[in-house]
Design a protein around this ligand. Structure first.
Ligand code: GLY
Length: 368
């Protein structure tokens, strides 16, 4: 078995390690012990993850003499709301979690975001450890300190930056993901190659079809993605500039998610995949990147069995103008101007607000 890899996120007094490897859940007690002022933690998870992994985590903590109690929330995106945030904070207060204590978020992006936000506001900030159990959470949402919940007006509109004190990404737990959930996370892995590392994208073209079955390749892909994210977050923690590149594909993706009612018709990573294909199409039409590049992006997404065109999203979609209006809700909008992550080539993305809306409508029309 390969040893865990450590990616350090050097953010001064908020610095932390992301540990990536097989069997980390079973080592959680050893990994977490040095953070604790007293031998107890509060764990927050969801019902699906609790069934699969909670016992193993609690046993691993108990082996090191660390006591734990767990709050199990419902699974699903709808959990990321005020009611569950309030339930989580009140539960932590009832357990008398203090500022020197550590809260553990065991789950995917929904749990990581909600529990991170609860930790950010509890007693004006307690430490928390992310134990991400999905590929998406391991390569993206558990790293970088974005925490929050959804508003009825949109996703992730309420939140705070609050960095974890440790991230434990056990690549073995990815075995429990369905093919579709694995691919949802893969959309974010491919995104790193597309936005900033052409060699990584070429490596993915050769190796990504084997990621699911090969723990070594999986560890390498997760570690490389996390290292790229850590670099970006370290240079631009609060998204004043470069961090916006992590939103490649997201302006399109978020609009499509909204248009499909945040339902099973299109999961987040699938929206990102379609969005990446559209962003490269738009970049080529604007003369920014070579004409053949969008086909390469499309071919890779197809090779992985991911949706890449609007026509591959089940059900009807609103018309182009309605989709463009939904893009207006994007957090990158400044003074009402849409801002897109575009690309000069694979691995060379940048943010632009100079997008011709007629051209944008053309891209959407031709992707149907
Ligand atoms: N998921 C995008 C970011 O963390 O900035």
């Amino acid at each position: 078995m390969t040893e865990p890899v450590t990616v350090h996120v050097p953010l001064g007094n908020r610095a932390y390690d992301v540990r990536i490897g097989a069997g980390l859940l079973a080592r959680a007690g050893v990994e977490i012990a040095s953070l604790l002022a007293r031998p107890r933690v509060a764990i927050v998870t969801d019902a699906s993850v609790a069934r699969l992994h909670l016992r193993r985590l609690q046993d691993a903590l108990a082996t090191e003499g660390i006591g734990s109690e767990a709050l199990v929330l419902p699974a699903g995106e709808a959990t990321k709301n005020w009611d569950n945030l309030s339930a989580c904070v009140e539960w932590l207060l009832e357990r008398q979690v203090e500022r020197r204590d550590v809260v553990v978020a065991l789950g995917g992006g929904v749990i990581g975001d909600l529990v991170g936000f609860a930790a950010a506001i509890l007693r004006r900030g307690v430490r928390f450890v992310q134990v991400p159990t999905t590929l998406l959470a391991q390569v993206d949402s558990s790293v970088g300190g974005k925490t929050g919940i959804n508003s009825v007006k949109g996703k992730n509109l309420i939140g705070a930056f609050h960095q974890p004190s440790l991230v434990l990404a056990d690549i073995d737990v990815l075995d429990t993901l369905s093919e579709r959930d694995f691919l949802v996370g893969y959309g974010e892995v491919a995104k790193y190659g597309l936005l900033g590392d052409a060699d990584f994208f070429a490596w993915l073209e050769d190796n990504a079809p084997s990621l699911r079955g090969d723990a070594g390749l999986r560890q390498r892909a997760v570690a490389h993605s996390v290292a790229m994210k850590a670099g970006i977050v370290t240079r631009d923690e609060t998204e004043q500039g470069e961090r916006a590149l992590l939103n490649l594909g997201h302006t399109f993706g978020h609009a499509l998610e909204a248009a499909t009612g945040y339902s099973d018709r299109l999961l987040h990573g699938e929206g990102v995949a379609v969005g990446c294909a559209l962003a490269f199409d738009l970049s080529a039409r604007m003369g920014l990147c070579p004409q053949e590049t969008p086909s390469r992006v499309l071919a890779h997404l197809r090779q992985m069995g991911m949706p890449a065109r609007l026509s591959e999203i089940p059900g009807d979609l609103p018309d182009d103008q309605a989709l463009i209006r939904l893009m207006g809700q994007d957090k990158k909008v400044v003074d009402g101007r849409l801002r897109f992550v575009l690309a000069r080539d694979i691995g060379d993305a940048f943010v632009s607000d100079a997008v011709d809306i007629a051209l944008l409508a053309e891209v959407l029309r031709d992707a149907r």
